[in-house]
Design a protein. Structure first.
Length: 151
């Protein structure tokens, strides 16, 4: 029972033998993708009811940690935009000097995005080991995260 999504109550169990890959309601049954038995239709021990969770919230503006971190020489920098906008992503050294402009004013839709940095400066030269800052700007929103390059 998921009337209260934060506090689900188990109403029954099914020993599938292994693990289930997917689960989906289908009419009066549950369609179960099982690692051993394949596709199965299971009749639940209860009445299935949809729950309206209300309007979805827009994702928050965020610059997520790069991966991997530490890295050598390439890393992926992920971020989330709550609304579409022109994005700029720059890399700075700890002295505040601009190392690389990865993106300047590119229009991106709302949602999750990833940009790869290859550990090189704007001239194409490999940068040295150290701490670098990725700085994301979208309109008036700005955020920075540290990254570690280890050679």
């Amino acid at each position: 029972d998921v009337t209260i999504p934060e506090l689900p109550v188990p109403l029954g169990a099914l020993a599938s033998g292994e693990y289930s890959w997917s689960l989906a309601p289908a009419a009066s049954c549950i369609c179960l993708g099982d690692g051993q038995a394949g596709l199965r239709l299971v009749r639940p021990h209860c009445t299935m009811t949809a729950v309206d969770l209300g309007p979805r919230r827009a994702p928050a503006f965020a610059l997520h940690g790069n991966f991997p971190n530490p890295f050598n020489p390439t890393t992926s920098i992920s971020f989330t935009l709550p609304a579409a906008g022109a994005t700029s992503l720059r890399v700075y050294d700890v002295a505040g000097r601009l190392v690389r402009e990865l993106e300047i004013g590119r229009f991106r839709p709302a949602g999750d995005h990833t940009i790869t940095w290859n550990g090189r400066d704007d001239a194409g030269h490999p940068v040295g080991s150290g701490v670098y800052l990725a700085r994301l700007e979208v309109g008036e929103l700005r955020v920075a995260r540290s990254m570690v390059l280890l050679k």
